[in-house]
Design a protein around this ligand. Structure first.
Ligand code: B4P
Length: 188
């Protein structure tokens, strides 16, 4: 089983690369952002709660995310593995995920960290706002808040996985197909 985490700031290209890698290795793409957006579109109770955080560029509470991830994993008992795209995003999520994986008799293979500088991130998210009408890309203060949340709450997760010897850094600026080749090389 190949279980990968795609890690990076908002707009680093996690979703873009995760889709391509899932296709190559026949993995399940588990994007917490995509699942939350689907719940918002369906106006479920969880969706309404998530929207109140996401529209401000805040992170959704850990307990909501963890339950959601566990449910998706359990609904694919025969998969070749998963790409966890945008999860874990906090140290408590990472710690709880280790316990969850052990309980499910699964192991994490690699954490792919896509590195992109702040100016490029902001440009990409502003462009995506025009193309996809995402509320959390819609103004610069929400984008800035997502980057602040990333620096304060998500960036420490890098060290957590570096200490486990699982972190693989990949330069995330440039042509999408060239980055994809580097991501595939980084998978151990
Ligand atoms: P996500 O859906 O994960 O949104 P994101 O961080 O912006 O990443 P995404 O995957 O969409 O962007 P990508 O880099 O692929 O999260 C949205 C929100 O959900 C969070 O802010 C939070 O509120 C909540 N949430 C999700 N997971 C959570 C968790 N675990 N805990 C708590 N809350 C959670 O792509 C960005 C853009 O760049 C795209 O338009 C793409 O086309 C473009 N791009 C990609 N690669 C490029 C390249 N090489 N060159 C130029 N452009 C490129």
């Amino acid at each position: 089983m190949l279980n990968l985490i795609f890690f990076g700031a908002p707009g680093a290209g996690k979703g873009t690369q995760a889709k391509k890698v899932c296709e190559k290795f026949n993995l399940i793409h588990l994007s917490t952002g995509d699942i939350l957006r689907a719940k918002i579109a369906d106006k479920t109770e969880m969706g309404i709660l998530a929207k109140s955080y996401m529209d401000k560029g805040e992170l959704v509470p850990d307990d909501v995310i963890l339950k959601m991830v566990e449910n998706v994993i359990k609904s694919h008992p025969k998969s070749n593995g998963f790409i966890f795209d945008g999860f874990p995003r906090t140290i408590p999520q990472a710690e709880a995920f280790d316990i969850m994986l052990a309980n499910l008799n699964m192991a994490l293979s690699d954490v792919i960290h896509l590195k992109v500088d702040k100016d490029e991130l902001i440009e990409r998210l502003k462009k995506r706002a025009e193309l996809e009408n995402r509320k959390d890309d819609s103004n610069i203060s929400i984008i800035e808040n997502r980057i602040v949340q990333y620096i304060e709450k998500t960036a420490p997760v890098k060290e957590y996985y570096s200490n486990q010897g699982k972190l693989r850094k990949v330069e995330g600026i440039g042509d999408v197909d060239e980055i994809f080749e580097k991501v595939v090389e980084a998978i151990s």
